[in-house]
Design a protein around this ligand. Structure first.
Ligand SMILES: CC(C)(COP(=O)(O)OP(=O)(O)OC[C@H]1O[C@@H](n2cnc3c(N)ncnc32)[C@H](O)[C@@H]1OP(=O)(O)O)[C@@H](O)C(=O)NCCC(=O)NCCS
Length: 150
């Protein structure tokens, strides 16, 4: 694999994040949404870069909880550990900001993302019927404790 670098995403990189969201078939709030989040010190917006953005993680630390918004890796870069590296770095960044736990919603059929979080000790805490649209699908709520890296 080309050398991979993790770094916080800055304003100039937001258009690439939106392009990556679309590339991954995710809904996007566009650059405008990220522009609103970026100045907020609670926001964690982390990118995985080769010569371009190949993955990103977004979330917010609210008091002692990391609320995960999204994690995505470009299709051609998947299954090479990039999602794992992004989540690992994001959890560490959240821990340093005082987060003790993390929470996220994931499509019930999205086993790749569920397995990714299980690797960090997350488990299913609940189910929200019809949470997603296009297509309509239940969400699983997953929670996990943020552990000190050993
Ligand atoms: C979920 C996603 C980010 C994983 O990224 P990735 O870089 O391919 O993941 P990694 O290679 O780091 O894999 C880490 C772990 O995730 C799990 N995983 C990843 N892809 C998987 C797949 N296709 N099927 C099952 N488990 C998978 C595995 O447990 C894997 O660990 P292992 O290789 O030791 O078994 C990627 O599939 C993606 O971008 N999906 C589309 C966007 C999305 O659904 N985001 C989640 C929204 S909640």
């Amino acid at each position: 694999m080309k050398e991979l670098r993790l770094a916080l995403i800055e304003e100039a990189g937001l258009a690439d994040v939106v392009e990556l969201e679309l590339d991954c078939g995710l809904k996007t709030g566009g650059v405008k949404r990220f522009l609103g989040l970026l100045p907020d010190p609670r926001t964690i917006l982390l990118g995985a870069f080769t010569d371009r953005l190949v993955g990103f993680f977004s979330g917010q630390v609210i008091l002692d909880e990391l609320q995960v918004d999204n994690v995505a890796v470009r299709p051609e870069w998947r299954c090479q550990g990039i999602g794992h590296r992004l989540v690992e770095a994001a959890l560490e960044a959240a821990r340093l900001r005082g987060a003790l736990t993390a929470v996220l919603e994931v499509r019930a059929s999205n086993f790749a993302a569920q397995n990714l979080y299980r690797r960090f000790g997350f488990s299913v805490a609940g189910r929200r019927a019809g949470y997603y649209s296009s297509p309509v699908e239940d969400a699983l709520t997953m929670t996990g404790r943020i552990r000190v890296k050993t």
